[in-house]
Design a protein around this ligand. Structure first.
Ligand SMILES: NC(=O)c1ccc[n+]([C@@H]2O[C@H](COP(=O)([O-])OP(=O)(O)OC[C@H]3O[C@@H](n4cnc5c(N)ncnc54)[C@H](O)[C@@H]3O)[C@@H](O)[C@H]2O)c1
Length: 426
């Protein structure tokens, strides 16, 4: 493997870690910086190799992790992958980005290329990074450093698309910066790297695609509530709608507890905040979408409680299956299943949960299920991990109600089952 430039990656999480391994697998020396000791230890011992790269010998990977930003003084390219959460009343919280650049400023090699991958609203890269580096350290953009925005689109739990083959867009402050950025990403990623005219265009693409998905999910959740009122099957209606998709290329999602993770529910607030502040525009269209989705856990809770009352189940034993935010993923961030569990607990329901993906169980799934389902009155399918979908629940005679929060088993159980089956819009 040829020795190439030194790449620094700040933030060794869901985004930064596989990127670090990918860059190392292409011959770059990679320096990882994180505030978390365990992440650094795992990185230095090459313990969390992405499964897409397991064919590569670890000995060929030139990786070094450290908490101290000094180590980045020799980096030619620095990629920023720290979280950009929300705080308080859904305000963007850029304190981690600011902290990164406070630490980075005294440690930048002249001419270094910085690529920001963290999700950020339009205009924020300029406001929080370029201005900050100029004001605090007198560093001039495109003279002392180059800056690009090249957001990640990783999809947790996706078995085919990963960091190494997902198309990207990227914007920079200069043609040279853009060319260098595209060259870097093309050297490691086997997908399209599409140039934008500016950083702001790239920022807008990222938050718009996730906000649009939020809207799409909100529309399906609203449709599910309408179907509940009319006594219709939302899945049947969506299947009907999809017959148009085949010929006209529109898109529909399915309803559920609302989007989790820290992208779809949070990125919309970065868009809302930027546009309100910079353009003084009404963003209630998007605000309503976020409200609908955020309210779905309570909608589900009420539906569940009403059914328990209707069936006269006294002090029922509830089991939630799946606690992560998404099928086949162990990611618990902003998990709506976890939120539902917390509320049920708070309301003193006798509820437990089982999640073989999050807990990485070594025991047999069948044995686990048998144990957890013993004497359970109400099963809540709160996350659709694949083994749950093929499990034969009907063999457990104690189950009286099956609440399918994502309507994943409606074809199997809605019209024919030994227990009562309900879903969202079913
Ligand atoms: N996870 C996804 O599916 C996904 C997809 C697309 C975009 N994004 C965006 O990418 C960014 C990173 O997300 P993630 O999922 O990798 O987050 P993560 O929480 O998994 O990882 C972030 C890492 O950054 C570290 N960190 C925090 N503050 C730091 C600091 N000041 N200096 C150094 N390290 C620090 C944390 O310890 C953690 O290891 C976010 O902006 C997110 O919105 C995430």
């Amino acid at each position: 493997m040829t020795c190439k430039k030194v790449v620094g990656i700040i933030g060794l999480g869901y985004v930064g870690l596989p990127l670090a391994y990918l860059a190392a697998s292409k011959g770059y020396k990679v320096i990882g910086v994180d505030v978390d000791d365990k992440k650094i230890n795992d990185f230095n011992n090459k313990l969390k190799m992405p499964k897409q790269l397991i064919h590569i010998s670890k000995d060929n990977l030139n990786l070094e992790g450290c908490k101290n930003y000094d180590i980045l003084k020799n980096a030619d390219i620095i990629v920023v992958c720290v979280p950009t959460p929300t705080k308080g009343e859904n305000e963007p919280d850029l304190s981690l980005i600011e902290n990164v650049f406070d630490n980075l400023a005294p440690n930048l090699k002249k001419g270094v290329l910085i690529s920001v991958e963290s999700t950020i609203g339009p205009g924020m890269t300029k406001k929080y990074i370029i201005n900050k580096l100029r004001e605090s350290n007198n560093l001039q953009i495109d003279k002392d450093y180059r800056l690009s925005y090249c957001p990640e689109r990783i999809d947790s739990g996706n078995k085919t698309l990963w960091i190494g083959n997902i198309n990207r867009i990227c914007g920079s402050t200069s043609k040279e910066g853009l060319d260098e950025t595209i060259k870097f990403y093309r050297s490691i990623i086997d997908a399209k790297i599409i140039p934008m005219n500016s950083i702001e265009e790239a920022e807008l693409v990222k938050v718009w695609e996730n906000s649009f998905r939020n809207l799409n999910i909100a529309a399906s959740n609203l449709l599910a509530k309408i179907c509940d009122k009319y006594g219709l099957s939302v899945n049947m209606v969506i299947d009907g709608l999809r017959s148009k998709v085949e010929q006209f290329g529109m898109n529909y999602t399915y309803p559920g507890l609302g989007p989790g993770g820290h992208c779809i529910p949070e990125d919309i607030h970065y868009l809302i905040s930027s546009v309100k502040e910079d353009c003084n525009m009404d963003m209630s269209f998007f605000e309503e979408s976020a409200n609908i989705n955020d309210g779905m856990v309570y909608y589900a809770l009420n539906k569940l409680k009403n059914k328990i009352n209707q069936l006269n189940l006294e002090s029922p034993k509830l089991l939630m299956l799946g606690i992560s935010y998404k099928s086949n993923s162990d990611d618990l961030r902003c998990s709506k299943a976890m939120k539902l569990y917390d509320i049920l607990k708070k309301e003193k329901y006798n509820v437990t949960y089982y999640d073989y993906v999050v807990d990485d169980r070594k025991e047999s799934f069948e044995e686990d299920m048998k144990k957890h389902l013993d004497n359970i009155d109400v099963v809540i399918l709160s996350c659709g991990h694949e083994k749950f979908l093929t499990y034969q629940f009907e063999k457990h005679k104690s189950i009286k109600l099956f609440f399918d929060c994502w309507n994943l088993l409606y074809k199997k159980y809605k019209y024919k089952s030994k227990f009562e089956y309900i879903g969202i819009g079913e």
